[in-house]
Design a protein around this ligand. Sequence first.
Ligand SMILES: [Zn+2]
Length: 209
Amino acid sequence: MQDVLAAGIAELMDTGRDFHRRGWSLGTSSNYSVVAGRDPLRLLITASGFDKGRLTPSQFVVVDDSGAVVAPGPSKPSAETMLHVVLAEGAGAGAVLHTHSVWATLLSESGVAEGRLRIGGYEMLKGLAGVHTHETVVEIPVFPNTQDIPALARRLESELRAWGARPPGFLMAGHGLYAWGRDIAEARRHIEVFEFLFEVVARRPSVTV
Ligand SMILES: [Zn+2]
C-alpha cells in the first residue's frame, strides 16, 4: 500500500497546487481523497486546515470506513471525511475532490430552493462520464449547507442509492462542489468541467426579448 499512498499523495499535492492557482481551493478550504484499499476500505485524505496550494506529505491521513484515522497519526482528517467515505462506498468513487470556487458558491445559492441546478446544451457536458451529446440536460443536486456532516452523509448515502442519471457531483449551497471519478484524473476532469459550466451559466447574459 506504501506505493499507492506515495502516488496518491504526489497526485493530490499536484491537484492542490493547480486548484489553488485557479482560485478553487483558497484559504485552506477544500479536501481531496483517493481510495488506497477496498477490503477493508482505506482512504487517503487531506488533513484539516492546511493550505491546499502548499500541501506536504505529512498533511495527509489514512482513514477507515468510519472516518477514523488508521495512519500515519497525529493530524486530524478533514471535517467532511464521512462524505468522502460515503462516496467511495456508495458511488464507487476511486477519488473525491471538493472545491470552493466563486462560481459554484454563487450558483449553488440559486439552485438550493429547487434542490438542483439544471445545465443543458453545452458541448463541455460531454466531459462528464456517461454524457455523449450536448443535447442533454444534467441535474446537479444542491443540498443546503450544514455543519452537521454526519446527517448530510446519511442523506447522501440514501440519495446515492437512486442517483440514476445524475452526474458525478453535487453542490452544497453557499459552500462548494463535490465531484468524483474512478481515479484522481477523472475526478479532476469532472471538477474542471463543472467549474467551466458554472462560470458559463453564471456569466451568461440574460436574454431579453
Ligand atoms: Zn467544504
